[in-house]
Design a binder for this molecule. Structure first.
Ligand SMILES: Cc1cc2nc3c(=O)[nH]c(=O)nc-3n(C[C@H](O)[C@H](O)[C@H](O)COP(=O)(O)OP(=O)(O)OC[C@H]3O[C@@H](n4cnc5c(N)ncnc54)[C@H](O)[C@@H]3O)c2cc1C
Length: 422
């Protein structure tokens, strides 16, 4: 059964089992799995359309190349769910358009290459058995677009890209829930330490369970409650080019020395430019402005590792620069689960640059906890309480793409480098 999309003329439901605040890809995924568990769900969305904020501005990359066992397991599960999205939604026409073009991390610096080799070893030890490290010579033979100066790469063929619009269409077609667009949630009503409703600009909806999935706006809704995950906002951009000469089956590619990400898409390619200093934003806004020089910086950043892009750039046309806000937690991983200070209040927030890839497994996990089919693990890497229980947090390496400047792990002595990078 499909989602019922209300207009403001429809009356507000008086009461539902679960209110989800935010119809981005994270909220929609949670609503899909909650409805699958048989719960009555209303989704509140302040914009006219679902998945029209951060989720519409992503690079659509999905990868299991993470480092901590929990992050690897979550992303492997997401990729598996996206692989069988049509079966999951019961609609043959609704695939996630998962393209397993692979994900390639490459370094031209010795430090970056060694960082990748060590990272692959840690990934394999933590459950990601099918990721490989190739020395520069091996990598250049296999990936002929790489620069002669490439010193080492990490590659996993099972990673790739999805199409957000297709996923959203699948959720809308297969979630028996009410989506209330142009409806702003003002706050969660709590009585006696438990959720009793959600106040909106159209009135109050009674509920015992609320999921905050408000992307960059989550902190405003969670601010009244102790134990809310700390979230900062960082502006992110991606330039989309119409271009000839981009191999359609090229892996999504990251230059770990300068932080550029690029991938082919249906009309050319998309590129995230080398990061300047991360620009944090104090107050969320829907439409942060992109930099005027972003397309030029993006092309320059990408051609360093893949020189053929210099030729592509001659005729490439910048179609759009999408700019949005990454909602980032101190360790770069999302907070998924109950807020221990308020009964019935759940968070699904802080997805940073990984919300497209993680949202489906996160939604499945959260719905299991809310319905009672699964248990919340307070020690998991995603437990919201981790920020407040004195646990030592370390950032998931390469949460941002930049490895050579950002690795927490020291490089080996110079004598090892030549031998290991070929
Ligand atoms: C440039 C860029 C590139 C990226 N590339 C990738 C990538 O390759 N792979 C990947 O996995 N991720 C990527 N991301 C990250 C990904 O886009 C986000 O993590 C993801 O979209 C977050 O989804 P969300 O549903 O939490 O947030 P959003 O999509 O922002 O949705 C939140 C929704 O809540 C609504 N809302 C907020 N407050 C309220 C309220 N009070 N009442 C009602 N509604 C409310 C908003 O209007 C919005 O629709 C990228 C992000 C950017 C900016």
């Amino acid at each position: 059964m499909q989602m019922h999309i209300d207009s403001r003329l429809d009356s507000l439901p008086r009461s539902v089992d679960v209110v989800v605040v935010g119809a981005g890809i994270v909220g929609l995924a949670a609503a899909f799995f909650l409805a699958k568990e048989g719960l009555g769900v209303a989704i509140l969305e302040k914009r006219r359309r679902p998945a029209d904020l951060t989720s519409a501005r992503s690079g659509e990359g999905v990868r299991a190349q993470w480092e901590t066992p929990d992050a690897i397991a979550l992303m492997l599960r997401s990729i598996e769910l996206y692989q069988r999205f049509a079966e999951l939604t019961g609609r043959e026409e609704n695939t996630a358009e998962l393209s397993r073009c692979g994900y390639l991390y490459a370094a031209t610096s010795a430090r970056g290459a060694i960082g990748l080799a060590d990272r692959v070893a840690r990934q394999r030890a933590n459950g990601l058995s099918d990721v490989s490290y190739l020395t520069g010579a091996e990598a250049r033979r296999r990936f002929t677009t790489l620069s002669e100066t490439t010193r080492g790469v990490a590659f996993r063929a099972g990673d790739g890209t999805v199409v957000v619009d297709r996923i959203v269409a699948g959720y809308l077609a297969a979630t028996p829930a009410r989506l209330l667009t142009q409806t702003l949630a003002h706050g969660v009503c709590v009585r006696g330490g438990a959720v009793e409703g959600v106040e909106t600009d159209r009135g109050k909806i009674a509920t015992r369970t609320c999921v905050i999935a408000a992307g960059p706006y989550a902190s405003a809704l969670l601010e009244p409650f102790d134990g809310a995950p700390p979230i900062s906002l960082v502006r992110g951009q991606i330039a989309c080019f119409g271009a000839e000469g981009v191999p359609a089956d090229h892996p999504a590619t990251v230059d770990v020395d300068n932080g550029t990400f690029w991938r082919p898409d249906s009309t050319g390619l998309r590129i995230t430019a080398p990061a300047r200093d991360a620009e944090t934003v104090a107050t969320p806004i829907d439409d942060p402005r992109p930099d005027v020089d972003y397309p030029a910086r993006a092309l320059a950043g990408a051609r360093r590792l893949c020189p053929f892009i210099a030729g592509v750039a001659k005729t490439a046309v910048a179609r759009a620069v999408h700019c949005g806000l990454y909602a980032v937690t101190p360790d770069g991983l999302p907070a998924i689960g109950p807020l221990r200070t308020v009964d019935g209040l759940f968070v699904n927030v802080g997805f940073g640059g990984l919300g497209v890839m993680a949202s489906i497994a996160a939604g499945e996990r959260l719905a299991a906890v809310i319905s009672g089919a699964g248990a919340h693990d307070p020690m998991s890497a995603f437990a919201p309480e981790r920020f407040h229980d004195g646990r030592l947090l370390s950032a998931e390496p390469m949460t941002v793409n930049h490895l050579s400047g950002g690795s927490a792990h020291a490089p080996p002595p110079a004598s090892e480098i030549e031998e290991r990078t070929g």
